[in-house]
Design a protein around this ligand. Sequence first.
Ligand code: PLP
Length: 396
Amino acid sequence: MSKPISYKSASTACIWGGEERSWMDRATQVPVVHSVAFGYEDVDEWQAVALGKAPGHIYGRNTNPTVAAFEEKVRLLEGAEAVTSAATGMGIISSALFGLLKPGDRVVSVKDTYGGTSVLFQEFLPRFGIEAVLCDTVDHEAIEREIAAGCQLVYLETPTNPTAKILDIARLSAAGKQAGAMVVVDNTFATPINQNPLSLGADLVLHSATKFLGGHADALGGVICGARPLVEQIYHFREINGATLHPMAAYFLLRGMKTLALRIERQNANALAVARFLEGHPKVETVHYPGLESHPGHEIAARQMRGFGGMLSFSLKGGDFEDVKRFLPRLKHAHAAANLGAVETTVGPPATTSHVECTAEQRAALGISESLIRYSTGIEDPDDLIADLTQALASL
Ligand SMILES: *Cc1c(COP(=O)(O)O)cnc(C)c1O
């Protein structure tokens, strides 16, 4: 599946990556191939494809041409050797963990991973005799100590959801390497435009493609890239668990990704403008955005990211969940919804989005106050977003 193309710029890879070939009847756009099976008149060729010795497709649960074009685009953007995908972000995360780990293994991660990932660590992995140690997210010394104590897999996510904590990927990847562990990074919030974990020493990088990669909140998907032997192991489990990315979803993601570089550039700028505005607002208690000099992870983020991303969160001064309920409907240029990373600004409290699986006490332990609002900046005009926030805050 990998082709020897390298692009000097991500913008060009967003457009041409995985699409530098002609399709049926000279179509310029990748066709959505709905066919479940791929027929062969020559049994020898069929067998060669089935054994992975020749390129081609056999059955839609395993591979599909539309899905392969999407995967290839992500592979090029992450600078990886190999790639595979799944129906959702959680589909690829669970395929990675269950495909790579075995009973008796130990995982080191942090408390602030995506809610669903945290459920895998706390509820499902232990059922199979796999221990997951969840460290305080920004305590790099503690994470390094746990890694050095012995583990098979280090699982990182940066920036985190929803308080935008920053982990030092190079530092923790080095610690993982030292311990002989695989290092996996959830790069959903940063996107490959802002951050490439493989170039910082990680072994695998994954995305919920549902978010920024697709960018239009109209398709679910997950994708993981890295060294071929690891990706093949994950693919093997994914083809058997059956959480395959649908070709129609792959097409939406592929089309969305053509504007990824453009969108992220705008979202980086919009989020910084909104974060600076909120930081100076008297009704705002705290703003979490790694692009602000006041953010505790700013220095690491500036080192490992090319842009600080479109995600921020803030809490209302002296506010509670009732204030959040009053505030959200007053925003005109923001969907109050569970997703993020789309072209429209989206807002939501962690209690109904990323951390819906947690209790109020668990959220408090993660530093998620009940008046916290997650703000996923879209590509609207930043002045309109700021005017919208101004009127909504004034009405509190
Ligand atoms: C949404 C999200 C996931 C899960 O992705 P789905 O596509 O919803 O399954 C994983 N990690 C992060 C950081 C996310 O934001």
